[in-house]
Design a protein around this ligand. Structure first.
Ligand SMILES: [Zn+2]
Length: 287
């Protein structure tokens, strides 16, 4: 059984890039008669809020999305991430680190080489030692062969402020929720090989990936909450927005009209959806 998910971070309202991502992951899961899950990635507490969690859930409902389970809220499942860290530490695939952020900007952490000098009374982070057996590429269902370009030797699992890092939480939950394919934006394509290695380190075979085009705000920046993308529902009707996002993904919209309900638009889009015509660009500039 195919299990897909959409996993927004509630650090702001949905923008057009998140809508394209939600829509793409929804269409792929429904076309494959799979399950579709919503996961709220709210572990970065200083940046996220319960207000935006509620808002995002409401906005997706307005846009007509439905799921096969209640939303999975990461902050309610902290134990799972700490269990994973314990396992990685036990297997010597993770290590303690006293490096400050400023130091990490200057040079790579090599605390793994001198663990005996780590002071656990000071704030410390925990890092994943990327194994030397790292794959040099993976096959993305949409983008094809993707070479690994990530060259660092470790990534953060737990920050010094005790916040669990995105890369760990995402892999732990995809395993726990039985996700069979990750559909998400191309901004995360470079870290995918490392996430696949983390899968193996946690005792699981990596799953399939499909990276959708990234909606760009300008030539260098993706549309994001950080660069103050306009909340998408403030820009047009939900029906028009779904149509616009479908066109970006290159889904056939001949028999879809903004007079239809959002549910009907989504249902018709699933019927029309064709993998071969899905937009393969990795970046899209809106006019
Ligand atoms: Zn370090």
């Amino acid at each position: 059984m195919y299990i897909g998910r959409f996993a927004p971070s509630p650090s702001g309202r949905l923008h057009f890039g998140s809508l394209v991502c939600a829509l793409g992951s929804y269409l792929v899961a429904r076309k494959r008669q799979g399950r579709f899950l919503l996961r709220i990635e709210d572990l970065d507490r200083p940046r996220c809020s319960d207000f935006f969690t509620k808002t995002i859930i409401k906005e997706l409902e307005i846009l007509g999305f439905d799921y096969d389970d209640k939303p999975y809220i990461q902050s309610l499942h902290q134990d799972n991430y700490f269990d994973a860290i314990d396992l990685l530490l036990k297997n010597k695939q993770a290590y303690y680190c006293n490096c400050t952020r400023a130091k990490l900007k200057e040079k790579e952490c090599n605390c793994n080489l001198h663990q005996e000098t780590i002071d656990l009374n000071k704030p410390y982070s925990i890092r994943y030692q990327i194994p030397s057996t790292l794959e040099s590429f993976f096959i993305d269902e949409l983008q094809g062969k993707v070479e690994n370009t990530f060259t660092k030797s470790s990534i953060t699992l737990k920050r010094a402020d005790n916040i669990i890092a995105y890369n760990l939480a995402c892999v732990v939950d995809d395993i726990l929720q039985g996700v069979t394919q990750v559909v998400r934006g191309c901004d995360l394509i470079d870290i995918t090989t490392t996430q696949r290695a983390l899968y193996k380190s946690l005792g699981h075979e990596p799953i399939s990936y499909l990276h959708l085009p990234l909606i760009m705000a300008d030539s260098e920046h993706k549309l994001s909450k950080q660069n103050h993308a306009t909340p998408v529902l403030d820009t047009d009707t939900p029906e028009n927005l779904l149509l616009k996002a479908l066109k970006v993904l290159k889904v056939n919209c001949e028999n879809i009209h903004p007079q239809m309900s959002c549910q009907k638009i989504l249902q018709t889009a699933v019927d029309n959806f064709n993998f071969d015509s899905l937009n393969r660009k990795n970046r899209i500039f809106l006019d």
